[in-house]
Design a protein around this ligand. Structure first.
Ligand SMILES: *[C@@H]1O[C@H](CO)[C@@H](O)[C@H](O)[C@H]1NC(C)=O
Length: 300
């Protein structure tokens, strides 16, 4: 079972129009948006995030992503921080979800090929079998995945429980840098359709990896609040709108279709960001639905 996530800048345009009132300052004012809770299990407490790198990544690329996951549960960074963004997931039933980076597998030899289907992702997702874990598969820019770009930028789901092993939640996200940055790395690249605003400068100087951060952030929030398709979502279970995917296209206050909204800007590099992380990192994180206000909340 897998739920796709597609950064639908165009399809969401109408929704975004309905949601936004042109005010400055978070949270974005909007009509109530309700993600129903379907009484299922959520991922709470200490959660191990194992990483499976499929294809080549530089050590710098890997550290940007590892630092991001660590930033979500480390409250030391100045505000607005990645940890303050993640804290909204605590408002969903059941308390906090503290992410800890676990094992990492470098699968550089591409032994499953350069075109992966769902069954390959499941095989990679089954490499680790920890309790209370999320296995994250990240595919390199030269690896094609069934449905990548045409209808999804990443996906999350769970492995089938076998021989008494626990079912494990997993995420796949691909580096879209050369395949479809307009779809999966917006707003760091011109969108392929719809209203055009100039692309933002990526905060870590890597359009592909900064795009992965947006999609991974979306999928991590969707996974802890709807790991087995009976948690929080709106719409049909086959195409659920989840914690962050329900807020697609919103990054800051004042967003409108084609414009991601207000961000902070790094004076030296011109990069846009809205969250500080560990090791002095900066990230641009999407809005998340806040169950207390029934609104999509932005950081700035
Ligand atoms: C490719 O790499 C993976 C992960 O390190 C390893 O498990 C597998 O045995 C390797 N396959 C080949 C054919 O070398």
């Amino acid at each position: 079972m897998a739920f796709n996530y597609h950064l639908a800048t165009v399809a969401s345009a109408l929704l975004v129009l309905l949601l936004i009132e042109p005010t400055v300052g978070a949270p974005v004012q909007q009509q109530p948006l309700v993600l129903k809770y379907h009484n299922g299990e959520l991922l709470k407490g200490k959660i191990t995030v194992n990483l499976i790198w499929y294809g080549s990544f530089t050590p710098i690329q890997r550290s940007i992503i590892v630092d991001f996951i660590q930033s979500l549960s480390s409250p030391k960074a100045p505000l607005p921080s990645a940890a303050s963004w993640w804290k909204t997931t605590e408002k969903y039933k059941g308390g906090s979800s503290a992410l800890v980076v676990g094992k990492q597998l470098l699968h550089e030899n591409l032994s499953l090929g350069k075109y992966l289907k769902g069954r390959h992702l499941l095989a990679l997702a089954s490499k680790f079998n920890d309790l209370n874990a999320i296995n994250v598969i990240i595919t390199a820019k030269d690896v094609a995945i069934e449905g990548f770009c045409t209808n999804r930028c990443g996906t999350h789901g769970s492995t089938r429980p076998l021989n008494g092993k626990p079912r494990t939640a997993y995420i796949w996200v691909g580096n879209s840098e050369t395949q479809c940055p307009g779809q999966c790395a917006w707003p760091f690249h011109q969108p392929i359709y719809g209203p055009q605003t100039p692309p933002l400068v990526a905060p870590n100087g890597d359009v592909g990896i900064d795009g992965i951060i947006i999609n991974l952030a979306t999928l991590l929030a969707g996974t802890v609040t709807n790991p087995f398709n009976n948690g929080y979502f709106q719409g049909p279970p086959t195409a659920p709108l989840e914690a962050v995917s329900a807020c697609t296209g919103l990054f800051g206050s004042g967003a409108y279709p084609g414009y991601p909204g207000r961000t902070l800007v790094d004076k030296t590099t011109g990069a846009s960001y809205n969250a500080y992380g560990t090791n002095g990192r900066k990230y641009l994180l999407p809005a998340m639905w806040d169950p207390r206000t029934s609104a999509c909340k932005t950081l700035v």
